[in-house]
Design a binder for this molecule. Structure first.
Ligand SMILES: [Zn+2]
Length: 427
């Protein structure tokens, strides 16, 4: 007897299977035709995937677009300045309300694990208090991991060091940093060193905003890889953005990538934000502002797409849809072969789960019973359609359902409706 059976869905590898759930665990995968269940969801003909995972977000800033004004230059630096103005006027209740609304959107989109940075450059630590509260409130359906993020610079801001350590003492999960925003390259490198030491001493993961610029000489990822090795943090460190790598000398990159691979750094490009914020100082040709994704994947480096922003001082759009994120990444990185497109789907599911160190993730017996049913034949079609999430299951419970968005047609001698799906031609 199962509590829930998700019936007849197509898994990302093409296997058609029923999924049996007891409590909050997947307990059977295969043909469950004769089994009894408290509840059955019919996923016949639809894609069933493990949930989407976003390894890079800013939940303290989300849904604040236009407050107190709009970013007119569209640059990262004006966004940071604008966020500084907003921090002065927002309250803890505002942050909690906005974050919980965003978590509703995420749940409806099958986005059930999120790593959010939280700004620690605030003597009151309002955002930290707020997001610790939100982490607790959503824990039955979203794995929310928090990163202590000294937005204004670990050394550049006079109290950031002390406040970042306070945030970790309060229960923030991961150590963050922003070396390219420190006053000098050497301060940036020193911040990477000290922050990695703090993480090693506390047994925590590291996730740095690293080299988020078009400056080919911004090379903090090299220091991050070195410190990771020196402190034995292999596999527990992420480098976010790495956009400077787009502009680096090719010879230097040929030396750098093996260092990143050797340190088992997880890499998080954020394509929606990188394509919008980078290259703003260029005339033409205008750089794409995305790190070298295909080249790192080819080296065996774990790379996954992050979302970064939704409706905040840095980005004016977004819907918590990781398929939108992967769709943009696929285009900017020119990952258009069938294998590359499938990889783009993995980059918002399994690759990101690895970066976040999620336990019991995936569709297998013994895994946490969290999944999403999509109105698509396979992962590539899910990307093409940014497919409707027909059903979202979190920890064994259906938490969201969305009806199919079929169009009703009134056309002579044509079908009465269109779903825009297209089965692969296997004839
Ligand atoms: Zn960020």
């Amino acid at each position: 007897m199962f509590d829930l059976i998700v019936k007849g869905g197509t898994l990302p590898d093409g296997q058609v299977s029923d999924i049996g759930i007891v409590g909050d665990k997947i307990t059977a995968i295969g043909s469950l035709d004769l089994a009894q269940a408290g509840q059955v969801f019919d996923a016949s003909g639809d894609l069933v995937s493990p949930p989407f995972v976003d390894p890079h977000f800013h939940m303290d800033a989300t849904l604040s677009y236009g407050l107190p004004r709009i970013n007119t230059s569209g640059t990262l630096l004006e966004g940071i300045g604008l966020w500084g103005e907003l921090k002065q006027v927002m309250t803890q209740d505002d942050i909690i309300a906005r974050a919980l609304t965003y978590c509703d959107w995420a749940a409806s989109m099958g986005l059930l694990a999120i790593r959010s940075h939280v700004d620690t450059c605030d003597d009151r630590l309002l955002g930290v208090d707020a997001l610790l509260e939100v982490r607790e409130q959503v824990k039955d359906y979203i794995d929310l991991q928090l990163v202590a993020f000294p937005q204004d610079g670990f050394y550049r801001d006079p109290t950031a060091r002390e406040n970042t350590i306070r945030a970790l003492d309060m229960g923030v999960d991961v150590v963050g940093g922003i070396p390219h925003f420190e006053r000098t390259m050497s301060d940036g490198a020193a911040s990477v060193k000290e922050l990695c030491e703090i993480a090693a001493a506390r047994g925590l993961q590291v996730d740095m905003h690293c080299d988020e610029s078009d400056d080919p000489h911004s090379r903090h990822i090299e220091t991050l890889a070195f410190e990771t090795q020196r402190l034995g943090l292999n596999g527990r460190v992420a480098g976010s953005h790495l956009t400077s790598m787009h502009s680096m000398d090719n010879y230097y990159v040929s030396k750098l990538l093996p260092l990143i691979a050797e340190a088992e750094i997880n890499v998080i490009p954020n394509p929606l934000i990188n394509i919008v914020l980078q290259g703003r100082h260029d005339t033409f040709p205008k750089r794409r502002g995305l790190t070298r994704v295909k080249e790192m994947l080819a080296m065996g480096i774990n790379v996954g797409w992050g979302q970064d922003c939704v409706l905040d001082p840095w980005y004016s759009l977004g819907t918590a849809d990781m398929l939108d994120v992967a769709f943009m990444g696929l285009h900017v990185a020119q990952m258009t072969s069938p294998a590359d497109m499938r990889t783009c789907f993995d980059m918002v599911t399994v690759n990101n789960a690895k970066t976040m160190g999620l336990k019991d993730y995936g569709l297998h017996v013994g895994a946490k019973a969290s999944l999403v049913v999509l109105d698509a034949n396979d992962p590539i079609e899910a990307l093409r359609l940014r497919a409707t999430r027909l059903c979202v299951v979190a920890n064994g419970r259906i938490i969201s359902e969305t009806p199919r968005a079929d169009a009703t047609l009134s056309l002579p001698e044509r079908p009465k409706s269109s779903r825009r799906r297209h089965a692969p031609d296997t004839a």
